[in-house]
Design a protein around this ligand. Structure first.
Ligand code: NAI
Ligand code: SOE
Length: 380
């Protein structure tokens, strides 16, 4: 009989919905040692919160996240708030003995991220970070192929996360302010790209060689007013880096790549072959097997939708496509597996892991500021 995992969720908008759906659906699709119970939804606006809780099946609500620390009816606290509101609740909950699942980036600043990593090291509870793209079946398959050595020695990683919603007409929000977001496209999108690259290669980046950060749109309308406010985060950040093995990497994140809506892409080239993935066709992995005869070798288009051989592809009959929401369901399922003493299908990022991504992000910001290379060992 699976044990219950009572959860509290902080933040009820975009990620609030994705996580509520994830926790609710996980036990319907997977046999898990623990069953998530949607115990408490927490947000700032009481009326909105009650409607949200009723719609998504949360049993209780509170407008004070601090209450969750003393709530014996909560085992895991799930944080889906803006980046500056990750550290404090995470640390308080870890000190209260809860497990914590937190949205990415781990935090807006390296200081916050370090404090979270340190709190996690001291804590009884386990930590998780919602780098959800690891659980796209095609990405998990790429991870398996890399682990099996199908690419051999890795030479190149080319990662980019291109969006176009951040033009001059987009109003001010927490995402355009350093005090709430930490950074712009960089922490928002390069965080995913760096996590994906580190996850797939299974090794660390040791140096950022050069970065360019640019804020093209410096003022934005403040909603509900006739005033403009200053946007003090990057709209785009581009940088190059080296992995410990010597593999060269490039990363690009932007909210101004007109025509690219959610192009989270990665290509990896190794001595034996190459892999290529794009979230806009998330069920497909492109694989070039360089060991095949040159006469017939070519890029192979793999639909990662065969439930018996592709990780996380068991939701529907073979060849029926998965979407963004499944990545959260699959991650919720893996969290339940790990807390129930089983293994995740592919590794889950915890606070220590996400801190390593944060160090790379910080190194890139320093590199852009100082117009110099930055060794990750100098970013502690
Ligand atoms: P959002 O602006 O849609 O929602 C933020 C929520 O936090 C709102 O419900 C707001 O009321 C709540 N909130 C703010 N201050 C609060 C407080 N003091 N107490 C309780 N609730 C509070 O933001 P969104 O897009 O959901 O982003 C939240 C986090 O999720 C960010 O860290 C972001 O980077 C991450 N994110 C991750 C995605 C992914 O694919 N993994 C996708 C989108 C966002
Ligand atoms: C907006 O840029 C956003 O929702 C990010 O916050 C997410 O992390 C990314 O997955 C999709 O785009």
């Amino acid at each position: 009989m699976p044990r219950s995992l009572p959860i509290a969720l902080i933040g009820q908008k975009f990620m609030g919905r994705a996580h509520s759906n994830g926790w609710g659906q996980a036990p319907r699709f997977f046999d898990l040692p623990m069953t998530p119970a949607l115990a408490v939804a927490c947000g700032r606006d009481g009326a909105e919160l009650k409607a949200f809780a009723a719609r998504w099946g949360w049993a209780r609500t509170t407008t004070d996240w601090r209450e969750l620390a003393d709530d014996d009816g909560v085992a895991l606290v799930d944080i889906g708030t803006p980046n500056h509101l990750h550290a404090e609740p995470a640390i308080v909950m870890l000190e209260a003995g809860k497990h914590v699942a937190c949205e990415k980036p781990l935090a807006g600043t390296l200081d916050d991220a370090r404090a979270m990593r340190d709190a996690a090291r001291r804590a009884r509870g386990k930590t998780f970070v919602w780098f959800n793209y690891r659980r796209c079946p095609a990405v998990a398959l790429a991870w398996q192929l890399l682990r099996a050595g199908r690419l051999g020695r890795i030479y190149h990683v080319r990662a980019s996360y291109l969006q176009d919603w951040g033009g001059a007409g987009t109003p001010m929000s927490w995402r355009f302010q350093k005090k709430t977001a930490g950074s712009g496209a960089h922490g928002d999108l390069n965080a995913h790209a760096v996590d994906l690259a580190r996850f797939l290669l299974g090794e660390e980046i040791v140096e950022v060689h050069g970065a360019v950060s640019r804020t093209f749109i410096k003022e934005r309308m403040v909603p509900g007013t006739r005033d403009k406010g200053r946007s003090d985060v990057d709209d785009a950040v581009l940088f190059s880096a080296s992995f410990r093995s010597g593999a060269m990497a490039s990363f690009e994140a932007t909210r101004l790549a007109t025509g690219n809506q959610n192009a989270n892409r990665i290509e990896i080239n190794g001595e034996l072959g190459s892999l290529r993935w794009d979230f806009e066709a998330m069920n497909v992995l492109h694989f070039y097997d360089g060991t095949e005869s040159r006469q017939t070798a070519g890029w192979r288009r793999i639909m990662a939708t065969a439930g018996d051989v592709h990780p996380y592809a068991t939701y529907w009959p073979d060849a029926h496509l998965l979407g963004y929401e499944h990545t959260f369901v699959s991650m919720a399922a893996d969290i339940c597996r790990v807390l129930g003493g089983r293994k995740a299908e592919v590794p889950l990022p915890d606070f220590s892991d996400a801190f390593e991504t944060q160090r790379v992000l910080e190194a890139a910001m320093r590199s852009a500021r100082e117009r110099a290379a930055v060794r990750i060992a100098e970013v502690t």
